[in-house]
Every structure is written in structure tokens, then in C-alpha cells.
Design a protein around this ligand. Structure first.
Ligand SMILES: NC(=O)c1ccc[n+]([C@@H]2O[C@H](COP(=O)([O-])OP(=O)(O)OC[C@H]3O[C@@H](n4cnc5c(N)ncnc54)[C@H](OP(=O)(O)O)[C@@H]3O)[C@@H](O)[C@H]2O)c1
Length: 303
């Protein structure tokens, strides 16, 4: 594209195109099939959510200036990002949905919902007392958008929350990650909401699991790589886990995680609920308005 050519914008839905300001050349590519036209004139690309081809197409967009992903995490895009292309993420758009999922997993695990569902299927009526969420000590690992949304939803459940992030923020009573080992022995429930980075890979390994009290619950709604899954499985149910994200998604057939004692999981669907859709459409409309007006876009990612 010539320097004075604003180029073409690719968006993932008709609704995004309809909301674009007049004068902008906008086309829809849902991530299915081949995108139309000469891909070299695409300057701004809004990648479709949850479509693997939406990411693999990036190297073919040779005139690209900016890319918007609709995920909060962006580690999957970074290796494909050409020099000089700005990256924008969906920070904030997934907070409510993912926090809700974290609460669902915590409550399901504490009140044994998966077991009751199996009992019902098997025609079994087996009443017994369960753990509760009320009265639990919860360690929140990751205190960004999602971590804070989880906390807001947890507090009415009468829990004691301890906050931990990459860097300590003493004014907000947020501990730094260096204090993780000291905090784990006092946690009944650990909730992970951290991005995938070199520092978070294997954040919870055999050593960290060993520090947790018996019967503690590990919840992960961030990225699967933060937990050493083999180490978790080696705990043989001493530590329970409710996971929305796994090391391999889906786990291969026969992977021990399918049948690991005390472990249940959902298929990486924290962000994928109805509430995301209107938020995403409003957000894309605002980004297109800014793009057309030459204003800085929201959510720049520091690569
Ligand atoms: N399950 C799903 O469907 C789903 C949906 C959306 C997002 N996610 C995942 O959730 C992640 C978090 O999203 P977000 O929007 O909350 O991100 P965010 O606002 O950037 O917050 C990330 C938090 O993680 C902390 N952190 C980073 N490295 C850490 C480390 N080594 N140890 C401890 N804490 C660390 C950060 O600490 P500082 O504050 O000190 O930087 C920050 O508090 C995303 O990156 C994505 O991978 C999953």
C-alpha cells in the first residue's frame, strides 16, 4: 500500500462492518474459508475470535499496520507479528465472562456439582455434607482485569482474599510473585488469572503444589502453561483442581488429565459466553471510529 493509501480494514462480522464510519474501506472475513481480495492492501486487521486461521493468515497481510485481537492473551500472535505492526488486545472484554467462569468452577468444586451430576445420571441419591466457599481463604494469583473481576464476585461469598501479581503494589495490598511460596500454605483455594509469559510457565509446579494444604483447590482460568499438569496429576487427588485451561487443548486421547482424581475441567470457555458478544461489537466499533479519525487505538499491547 502507498503511504497515502488508508488501505482496507478486515473485520470479523457484518455487524462490525455496519458500524464502521463512512469512508472507511471495510470488508468482512469471519475466519472461515479464504479472505477475499488482495490481502496486501489490508492495513488494519481485526482477527476473528477463536478461529485458528485468523492468526495463521497474518504473514500474508503484507501491508499491515495494526492488528486487533479479540482475546485478552496475545502470546499466540506474538511469534507471527511483523516488525512495525502495532498489536491491540481485548483487555477488559473478557473480565465478566471469565470471572463468572472462575466462580462457577470454584462453587462447583466446593459443592461437588460434577459428582451430583454423575449421581443423577446413575440414578443415585447420596446425600453428604460438602465443603463450602464461605469461610475459605482464597489466594488470587494475577490481579489484572480478570483477577479484580474475580475478587469482586468472590467477596460477597464471605471469603478472605489475598492478592498477588507480578509486582507488589503495597498501596493496594497486592503481594509480588516473590511471596508466592510464603502464601501458598495459607490458601484453601488458589485462583490463577495470569497471562502466558516466560515467567508464568510452570508457575505452579511440584514444589508449589507441595506447599498447599491437603485438599486445597487449584483453579486456573488464565493459561494452561501456568500449571505443571504432570505434577498436579502426581498429587493423586491430594490437591483438587478445577481448570478452564489445560497444557494441551484438547488433551490427547489417553492423556491422564482426562481421568485424574480430583480434577475436572471445562474446554477453555471462560471468555466464551453471551456477554462477550455485545462488548466485542461495541469495542470494535470504537476502534474503527478511532482508526478512521487517526486517533490512537485502545488497548495497545507492549510487545
Ligand atoms: N479462560 C479464558 O477463556 C480466558 C479469557 C480471557 C483471558 N484469559 C487469560 O487470562 C489472562 C489474564 O487476563 P487479564 O485481562 O486479567 O490480564 P492483565 O489485566 O494483564 O492481568 C494479568 C495479571 O497477571 C499478573 N502477572 C503477570 N505475570 C505474573 C507472574 N509471573 N506471577 C504472578 N502474576 C503475574 C499481572 O501482574 P502485574 O499487575 O504486576 O503486571 C497482572 O496482575 C490473559 O492473558 C489470558 O491468557 C483466559
Amino acid at each position: 500500500v502507498a503511504a497515502d493509501d488508508p488501505g482496507r480494514v478486515l473485520v470479523p462480522t457484518e455487524e462490525d462492518r455496519a458500524a464502521a464510519p463512512p469512508g472507511l474501506r471495510v470488508e468482512v472475513w469471519t475466519g472461515d474459508g479464504e479472505p477475499g481480495g488482495d490481502l496486501g492492501d489490508v492495513t488494519f486487521y481485526v482477527a476473528p475470535y477463536n478461529r485458528p486461521d485468523g492468526i495463521t493468515v497474518i504473514p500474508r497481510l503484507t501491508g499491515l499496520k495494526a492488528i486487533q485481537v479479540l482475546t485478552a492473551g496475545y502470546e499466540q500472535v506474538q511469534p507471527l507479528l511483523p516488525d512495525g505492526v502495532s498489536l491491540y488486545n481485548a483487555a477488559g472484554l473478557h473480565d465478566a465472562s471469565t470471572a463468572e467462569m472462575a466462580l462457577a468452577l470454584i462453587l462447583a468444586a466446593q459443592r461437588e456439582v460434577p459428582e451430583w451430576a454423575v449421581d443423577q445420571r446413575d440414578g443415585v441419591w447420596h446425600r453428604h455434607f460438602t465443603r463450602s466457599l464461605a469461610g475459605s481463604r482464597v489466594l488470587l494469583v494475577g490481579y489484572g482485569g480478570i483477577g479484580q473481576a474475580i475478587e469482586a464476585r468472590l467477596l460477597p461469598f464471605e471469603v478472605e482474599v489475598t492478592r498477588l501479581a507480578g509486582h507488589a503494589r503495597p498501596d493496594q495490598q497486592v503481594h509480588g510473585v516473590g511471596e508466592l511460596a510464603a502464601l501458598l500454605p495459607q490458601a484453601d483455594i488458589v485462583v490463577l488469572a495470569v497471562p502466558e509469559t516466560g515467567a508464568t510457565r510452570g508457575l505452579i509446579g511440584a514444589g508449589e503444589l507441595a506447599l498447599l494444604p491437603d485438599d486445597a483447590l487449584l483453579v486456573n482460568v488464565g493459561r494452561g502453561s501456568a500449571v505443571d499438569q504432570a505434577a498436579l496429576i502426581a498429587e493423586r487427588g491430594r490437591i483438587r483442581a478445577a481448570l478452564d485451561v489445560l497444557e494441551k487443548e484438547p488433551p490427547p486421547p489417553g492423556d491422564p488429565v482426562w481421568r485424574a482424581p480430583g480434577v475436572f475441567f471445562s474446554p477453555h470457555i471462560g471468555g466464551g459466553s453471551a456477554t462477550f458478544v455485545p462488548r466485542a461489537r461495541r469495542f470494535v466499533a470504537e476502534q474503527l471510529r478511532r482508526w478512521a479519525a487517526g486517533e490512537p487505538l485502545l488497548n495497545p499491547v507492549d510487545k
